[in-house]
Ligand binder design. Structure first.
Ligand code: ANZ
Ligand code: ZN
Length: 873
């Protein structure tokens, strides 16, 4: 054993051992408890960032811990390899996306290995490879035949200069990010997954996931957005519209119907089209609305705008004429694309009415007869769906609570055939067509005679050519006859292959299942293997995937279940969303008012005597820079720290220890050079103590019957650390406090005597314990120390240590003694001492006698096991 800790040597020794022994390769073992630990797989962007390192270290610690519990642990890894960045890089560097992607994968795989992750690489899945996406295409054709996938027109952002479809985030201020051209909305045919058919189940089975953070479940519930309400019909005013008909709206608040003062329709609504035919001046506004962003968040925050039409509808209960407006806040894709506007009680309608001088009528009031309506006070009543509010100004429906008003108005509407109860979901069907090259080809053939024909299973996969360099103008596949020319599988006539590819979220929706049987060639999943490993016992990833990825993966799991491929209902039993990695930011303001960001590695921080940061300077020119606060590590703020530099300098174990010690996994982790130094120092201490102990020769086992009091205390410290770490790691994933418990034990062991055989036996047990408790966190150093301690077998095959309850029992206790709340001394009492004995011993303490001299003792408070406080005056 080297005297000095040499991390690079230690780490390659441990990694070589694992490689030679295929240590992390697993198979299904009947009767052995399985544990499937999965971290979200990376996009192969080029190199790992700190967020990856944190994510994968957390997963690795959990995996290794469960292995030490004797379980059959699967920890796989793969690559979410399709997507836009590869196309952008390809255009910039003139290399094919495939070559770029495979290079990145090779490099990032070497980085993951240098972290010492306990991954079963025999199960590696790469989503851009035909052996993977073949099964995605197969499922697509099955679902298409079942009607779970269908084709309809969808709206996309069209760049008229680049002749290409852009994603929402590629449209900046209404212009294409590359061309700068004004973006148009276009209707093109696209394929949709009918996820809305699973909305109810996706919502209700969230209740079966106690191992998910409440926050994530709430986000999913809101995204699915189930609303109970009514569909209400407003008959056309025939005088102004010129024909019979009804305008339908969806409302969650039929109780406010008597406060409806106008109706508003979306720009795409048929009544808007009709109004523009009558009055062409409306067309400009309609076009403006159609140009706006498709993202819902934009619509919620944008300024409310509208135009009046010359059309009217009739109020379904009073017959009053209500004007029809066209408004930009009404979505064509929600409800009926039209709203009954109740400006007294709806925030958007209120803003709109104020702007355009439309009437505002209060129809809800507080019970206490406070009927003076002040604009804005509706906020207090809105959302009170109970009897604490009453209807007013509502004619025969006055003075009713929420439910009574809902029922009374609902009954009258139903009697007239103008209303019915309805449940509405916010969730939309999932459009998966992308006019991109680097994605999974949609397995459909268009035939003039037969229509859309799914590619038969024996002709799958539809292979994506890998040698293409896209030029940014339209989809390359649409320009490659050798790709799209084909014959119809049904009638044999010349036909055209679909050239769109799938949304890359499709690949990441089922990779977790394919890891169970990555080489299986007879189907999408090997049912036996899939049912052995699934569901995933612990899933770990970023909170940014709380909605889409997790919802799509849950949806796919149910699709695969309904296809007979898996038996379970949900894919991920427990979910851990790890916090962000943040770091300080530094900048200088440039002449034009912009900001130049400097990497923390290039900045020298100045501190005062109390280590408080008082300023910062750029290392290269010595001039001051501004401190911008801590932010998520990102390219835009230039505050990323390269994990590789750190692994090279300190070793992977230091990196892992720092990450796990700095904060609990679900909290944000602040980068700190001194924290890294501290982690490195600690590992050197562990090494040094082990080295000193081992070099003194072998030690025996502890004979508990011969321990003196001091030795008992050391033995107790060992088992206290085991108890603490077991609780923290096993139950709460609080690796930071588990590490703190090991540090406390190290402090004891470093001071422990080594004179006798018993002393040495105790130190041996202490060091073995430190090694076992740290093994999931810093596996390399623990691998080597374990061998040096003379243990048979590798530490990865060792069991997690057990608490010896007897060792925790204390013969005597130290109690704090206070007089009038001030610390005055300590007493030592037998653990079995009665309250009276403790009090007597405290009163007899010489300091107590001194501080109570001349006073009368009024009261003695005993907190068992902790302190005695004597109140005297
Ligand atoms: C009258 C009303 C009165 C409404 C009131 C709310 C409060 P959730 O809960 O999200 O389902 N709405 C309906 N269709 C819409 C569309 N296509 N675009 C924009 N808004 C639409 O929202 C349902 C409410 O959103 C409905 O209830 C309707 O406004 C509006 F005091 O009707 B409400
Ligand atoms: Zn045909």
């Amino acid at each position: 054993m080297h005297e000095q800790y040499q991390p690079l040597e230690v780490e390659s020794q441990a990694q070589n051992f694992w490689n030679e022994h295929n240590s992390f390769r697993v198979d299904e073992v009947a009767g052995k408890e399985k544990f499937y630990c999965l971290s979200m797989f990376p996009y192969p962007s080029g190199k790992l960032h700190m967020g990856h390192v944190r994510n994968y270290t957390i997963g690795d610690v959990i995996s290794r811990y469960h292995r030490m519990q004797g379980k059959n642990v699967l920890q796989p890894m793969g690559w979410d390899a399709f997507g836009m960045p590869a196309e952008n890089a390809a255009m910039k560097n003139n290399v094919a996306p495939a070559a770029w992607t495979y290079d990145n994968i090779a490099y990032m795989k070497s980085q993951l290995n240098s972290l010492g992750l306990a991954i079963d690489w025999s199960r590696e899945v790469t989503t851009c490879k035909p052996d993977y996406y073949r099964w995605e295409q197969w499922l697509f054709t099955r679902l298409f035949e079942k009607g779970v996938i269908y084709r309809k027109n969808g709206t996309v952002n069209w760049d008229p200069v680049d002749q290409t479809v852009l994603a929402n985030e590629q449209v900046i201020d209404g212009r294409g990010w590359r061309s700068g051209a004004l973006i148009e909305k276009r209707e093109i045919p696209m394929y949709y997954f009918k996820i809305t058919a699973y909305a109810e189940e996706l919502l209700s089975s969230l209740d079966d996931l106690p191992g998910w953070p409440e926050q994530v479940k709430t986000m999913q519930r809101n995204w699915i957005g189930k609303s109970r309400g009514m569909e209400i019909a407003f008959p056309y005013d025939q005088a102004s519209i010129g024909e019979a008909g009804q305008l339908k709206v969806f409302t969650t608040r039929p109780d406010t119907l008597m406060g409806a003062t106008y109706v508003a329709v979306a720009a795409e609504h048929p009544l808007a089209t009709l109004a523009a035919q009558r009055d062409p001046s409306l067309q400009a506004f309609i076009d403006e609305c159609k140009r706006g962003g498709v993202a819902e968040a934009d619509i919620a925050t944008q300024e409310k705008k509208g135009v009046a039409t010359s059309l009217f509808v009739e109020h379904p209960l009073t017959g009053d004429k209500l004007p029809v407006w066209i408004a930009n806040y009404v979505l064509m894709t929600y409800g009926e694309g039209a709203v009954m506007a109740v400006p007294g009680h709806d925030e958007r309608d209120f803003e709109f009415s104020n702007k355009y001088g439309l009437p505002i009528v209060q129809v809800i009031a507080k019970v206490e007869g406070d009927n003076d309506f002040e604009p804005g006070t509706w906020k207090e009543w809105y959302g009170l769906k109970d009897d604490s509010v009453r209807t007013i100004n509502s004619g025969k429906y006055d003075n009713l609570g929420y439910q009574a008003a809902f029922d009374a108005i609902g009954a009258d509407l139903a009697a007239k055939g103008l209303g019915q109860q309805r449940t509405q979901f916010r969730l939309r069907d999932w459009g998966i067509s992308r006019q991109r090259y680097w994605g999974c080809p949609i397995p459909i053939i268009h035939c003039d005679a037969c229509g859309d024909v799914p590619v038969p299973a024996d002709q799958l996969p539809v292979v994506l050519p890998e040698d293409v360099v896209p030029d940014g103008a339209g989809s390359p596949l649409a320009k490659m006859p050798e790709f799209y020319e084909c014959n119809c599988p049904k009638c044999g006539q010349p036909a055209k292959r679909e050239t769109d590819t799938m949304d890359t979220f499709v690949e990441s929706s089922w990779y977790f299942a394919r890891y169970a049987c990555p080489q299986f060639e007879d189907g999408m999943l090997d049912k036996k293997a899939a049912n052995y490993w699934l569901p995933v016992d612990q899933y770990i990833g970023g909170i940014e995937h709380a909605i889409l990825h997790l919802l799509y993966a849950r949806f796919f799991h149910k699709l695969m279940r309904d296809e007979g491929l898996v038996d379970s209902d949900e894919p991920f039993k427990n979910l851990l969303t790890q916090g962000m990695v943040v770091a300080e930011t530094y900048y200088r303001t440039t002449a034009n008012g912009g900001k130049d960001w400097f990497n923390p590695a290039d900045v020298e921080v100045e501190r005062d005597a109390k280590a408080k940061v008082i300023g910062a300077r750029l290392k290269t020119d010595g001039q001051p820079v501004e401190i911008g606060g801590t932010e998520k590590m990102s390219k835009s703020k230039n505050n990323g720290v390269d994990p590789q530099a750190m692994i090279d300098a300190y070793g992977a174990d230091t990196c892992r220890l720092f990450m796990m010690f700095a904060s609990p996994p679900d909290m944000s982790l602040e980068w700190s050079d001194s924290g890294v130094e501290g982690a490195s120092r600690f590992l050197r201490r562990v090494w040094r103590l082990a080295q000193a102990h081992v070099s003194a020769g072998p030690a025996g086992a502890v004979d508990k019957s011969v321990l003196d009091d001091a030795q008992k205390a050391i033995h107790r410290s060992i088992h206290l650390a085991i108890r603490q770490a077991s609780q923290d790691v096993g139950q709460h994933h609080k690796f930071n406090t588990a590490i703190a418990a090991v540090m406390t034990l190290m402090n004891v062991l470093e001071k422990a005597p080594t004179a006798t055989d018993t002393d040495r036996a105790l130190l041996q047990e202490g060091l073995e314990t430190v090694t076992l408790l740290l093994a999931p966190i810093t596996p390399h150093i623990c691998h080597v120390i374990w061998q040096e301690l003379g243990k048979d077998g590798a530490v990865i095959d060792a069991n997690w240590p057990q608490v010896d309850e007897a060792a925790l029992v204390q013969d005597s206790l130290q109690l704090v003694v206070q007089v009038n709340g001030k610390l005055r001394g300590h007493i030592e009492v037998p653990a079995s001492a009665s309250r009276e004995d403790v009090e007597a011993s405290a009163r007899a303490n010489e300091n107590v006698l001194r501080f109570t001299d001349g006073l009368t003792i009024r009261k003695v408070i005993v907190v068992p096991g902790k302190l005695v406080n004597i109140v005297a005056n």
